[in-house]
Design a protein around this ligand. Structure first.
Ligand SMILES: Nc1ncnc2c1ncn2[C@@H]1O[C@H](COP(=O)(O)OP(=O)(O)OP(=O)(O)O)[C@@H](O)[C@H]1O
Ligand SMILES: [Mg+2]
Length: 515
């Protein structure tokens, strides 16, 4: 197997092969260019090549046109002539059509296998970003997570979080003493955000069975890497969910994968399309974490490739880490465009044969200014590269073809049904029911036979005011006791063993999850 990926032809007449070294493919990359300049096709040929080299790929299909990866190109395609003549120009002799092994995923569960995670695994930081919470509201979410941890309440789906917030509100007075002001207004605001998320269909995404990362890192029987395509056309209507989901996935990969140092080829390559959505209005803390993950995930053998119209959309610290670059044409209509173009050009190693700035303005569709990492990870001199044509179908597959692919997929059946386990919502409901019954029983007893002691106590209570009785009768230990007795041993064991661990990690561990 080759240790390189063929990108296309460079030099005068486009005859010199331009390649990416697999060894440096985990040092990240950038695909940029104005609309219609060839970004998506470049992503397609990179995905094909990684897959052929045995590297699994994750990519988001923003316009629905990447599903064609699952199907072979054909001589009857309207661009067949254009493709073959392009292949000839660049000396791509063994150009042939073939399909790639693809798994379709969909947060909404329509166009692919459902992707889910639990609220606990998402953690308070990413969740706050997803819900666009204020600092005060984020503080309350943190308290709620902490409580869930202390009380052994597994947070799996949105229902669990909603119930936890109601419970937090009910215990507001005690919680405020321990953690500072817990206001009903803030809790209400978070609840309203959760409703919005639910209305956007985000509720689907939280729950079980949660995605196992190993399912994104599979190869087919011939050793080709699976291309995991996330349907993102509908997801684009909820950009917050899109960005949060991808960040979550990145942080999970970061946490779960072992160090591998510098592998011969990446273990996984991750393409982030519409990357600007990730950084638009993102707080500095979050950008810092993305930067940190990008820097560290490399040694876990994961390559991250950002796709965006303008490289200026990517924060400078992150841009600096994107070693392999494919820059399609940028427009230069306005003064600002020209400034951006100049800045983009400055980040490349000049080629004495041409001006980088002119080249970025002039390259045609499906052509790009490229610079790949070379020996010792040094950026190569820029080249004008005519990108190779795709081997899989250009353009989307039909719904019928997609359905067939889903049925034949190795993931069929595994994630299709939602599992509703005994978690925070059910436990709190049970607790409330139990408390109500206890109160009723106590009331009945008191009415039936008021003992002399109780009468005396009640009288004393009236006399001394409510403060004393309040601090004793609403102490913290009490609900915990009723909680313990309300659950069977077996359930507790189950929670401690699996989700319990994750709750702890959701708050304490992890780059995106800690505070
Ligand atoms: N490497 C290539 N080989 C052959 N044709 C190409 C290549 N790259 C681009 N093209 C042609 O250019 C068209 C537009 O390319 P593409 O869809 O990749 O642009 P884009 O930059 O993704 O646009 P948008 O920003 O609108 O998504 C393709 O449909 C195809 O006809
Ligand atoms: Mg595109």
């Amino acid at each position: 197997m080759s240790d390189k990926i063929f990108l296309g032809g460079g030099g005068a007449g486009y005859g010199i092969p331009q390649e990416m070294a697999l060894k440096y493919a985990n040092r990240h990359g950038l695909i940029a260019g104005a609309t219609g300049t060839g970004k998506t096709v470049t992503l397609q040929i990179l995905a094909e090549s990684f897959s052929n080299a045995g590297v699994p790929v994750i990519l988001a299909d923003v316009k629905g046109d990447l599903s064609g990866l699952a199907k072979s190109g054909t001589a009857s395609h309207k661009l067949h002539e254009a493709f073959t003549s392009r292949a000839q120009t660049i000396g791509f002799d063994d150009y042939h059509y073939h399909a790639c092994p693809v798994t379709f995923w969909d947060l909404y569960g329509h166009q692919g296998h459902p992707v889910r995670t639990t609220v606990a695994e998402m953690g308070p930081l990413l969740l706050s970003r997803l819900l666009e919470l204020s600092e005060a509201q984020e503080g309350i979410l943190n308290i709620a997570f902490r409580l869930a941890d202390e009380e052994g309440l597994p947070l799996l789906d949105l229902k669990d979080l909603q119930a936890l917030l109601v419970w937090t509100g009910e215990n507001r007075a005690d919680l405020s003493l321990r953690y500072g002001n817990v206001s009903t207004a803030s809790i209400g605001a978070i609840q309203r955000r959760l409703l919005v998320l639910e209305n956007q269909g985000g509720g689907q995404f939280f729950g079980e069975p949660a995605l196992e990362l190993s399912d994104l890192m599979r190869c087919d029987a011939e050793g080709r890497g699976m291309i995991n395509i996330l349907a993102a056309d509908k997801l684009m209507a909820a950009p917050g969910l899109y960005a949060t989901f991808l960040l979550w996935l990145l942080s999970e990969l970061f946490e779960e994968l072992p160090e591998v140092g510098d592998p011969d080829k990446p273990r996984l390559v991750f393409f982030f399309d519409e990357a600007h959505l990730l950084f638009d209005d993102a707080p500095k803390a979050l950008i810092d974490k993305v930067e940190q993950v990008a820097r560290l995930i490399r040694s876990k053998g994961v390559g991250i490739y950002f796709i965006t119209q303008n490289p200026a959309d990517v924060p400078e610290d992150i841009l600096g880490q994107l070693g392999n670059r494919i820059q399609h044409a940028l427009r230069a209509f306005t003064a600002r465009d020209r400034k951006n173009l100049k800045l983009a050009a400055e980040t490349y190693r000049e080629n004495p044969r041409f001006s980088t700035e002119d080249a970025i303005r002039e390259v045609g569709v499906g052509e790009a200014v490229t610079s790949m990492l070379q020996k010792k990870g040094v950026p190569g001199v820029v080249e004008r590269t005519l990108i190779r044509p795709p081997s899989s179908q250009l353009g989307p597959i039909t719904d019928v073809e997609r359905k067939a692919a889903l049925q034949a997929s190795g993931m069929a059946g595994k994630y299709d049904q939602t599992l509703d386990r005994h978690s925070a919502y059910e436990i709190l409901a049970q607790r409330a029911a139990q408390a109500a019954t206890e109160a009723e029983v106590a009331e009945e007893q008191a009415e039936a036979a008021p003992e002399p002691m109780a009468r005396e106590f009640n009288a004393a209570r009236r006399y001394s005011g409510s403060r004393v009785s309040r601090s004793t009768s609403r102490s913290y230990g009490k609900p915990k006791d009723t909680f313990g007795s309300a659950l069977s041993e077996a359930v507790i064991k189950e929670l401690k063993g699996t989700t319990g661990r994750r709750i702890v990690r959701g708050i304490l561990g992890g780059l995106f999850k800690g505070r």
